[in-house]
Design a protein around this ligand. Sequence first.
Ligand SMILES: [Cu+2]
Length: 149
Amino acid sequence: MIKTLTTALLATAMVASASPIASAAEIVINLLNKGADGTVMVFEPGFVRAAVGDTIKFVPVDKGHFVQGLPAMWPEGVADIKGKVNEELDVKVDKEGFYAFKCAPHYAMGMVALIQVGKAPVTDAIKAIKVPGPAGKRIEADLALAAAP
Ligand SMILES: [Cu+2]
């Protein structure tokens, strides 16, 4: 009887861990006027690895920021997203790929974040996407992190 119960519990645990809903995480990215390393106008962390089904929560710790998807680097078929100034924004990432986000008011200053969802590979096509200015430099650095094992 005890053995049967243990087996049943184990089976339940295995099903639960295989379910994307049970294992989905919430990942917080803060919108800051100044990052830990002194860089002004940043998402922190600016690069994140997420699993399919996770939720990215953008938190405007400082005022005057708002989040938008960067269409140049966005999974095909996923709807655009646009937050509101000074408001939190939850983005559930349901499709593998690269999701780049910008803070619209500070995009020219390089305020971007990159989320690598699932096992999305850093392909030549991804590397060839042109993002101008400081944002492009940051995305380039993020892609180097994404390509690392
Ligand atoms: Cu901003």
